[in-house]
Write a protein of this length. Structure first.
Length: 132
């Protein structure tokens, strides 16, 4: 009586949802014939993302390290998108996850194809054209 209940904290993303987000991008890369290493989960501060996976993607002659972030909620996604846009990253966002894409001559085309495969949106720095 008279006590205020503690504020609710956002629930963590279930492991199955995290794995589904990662596998969504892996399948899209596989479907497009883009070689990559297996994603490896790495430590990430909870204020940045729910989970972070690193993988190396081989596109044409360029190899680059790519990152899949699985985010807790729409607010965290909006924050990450704003940061990525500000620093000029090329990435594909879908649901609560985003995949960074390295910058090379084929990047915008690849980002569009990945976005189409995962039902997401390709985001490009102003020097690249992601939208057809």
């Amino acid at each position: 009586p008279g006590k205020t209940p503690p504020a609710a904290t956002p629930a963590a993303t279930p492991v199955s949802d995290i794995n589904a987000s990662v596998q969504m991008f892996v399948k899209a890369l596989d479907d497009l014939g883009i070689k990559h290493t297996d994603p490896v989960r790495v430590e990430v501060a909870p204020s940045i993302a729910e989970a972070k996976f690193e993988l190396q993607v081989d596109i044409t002659v360029d190899r680059f390290n790519s990152v899949i972030y699985v985010l807790k909620d729409a607010e965290m996604m909006a924050s990450e998108v704003e940061i990525a846009d500000h620093v000029g990253l090329l990435y594909v966002a879908s649901g609560n996850a985003l995949l960074s894409v390295g910058l090379n001559a084929d990047s915008a085309s690849i980002a569009r194809k990945l976005a189409a495969k995962v039902g997401g949106v390709a985001h490009c720095p102003s020097t690249y054209q992601c939208q057809p």
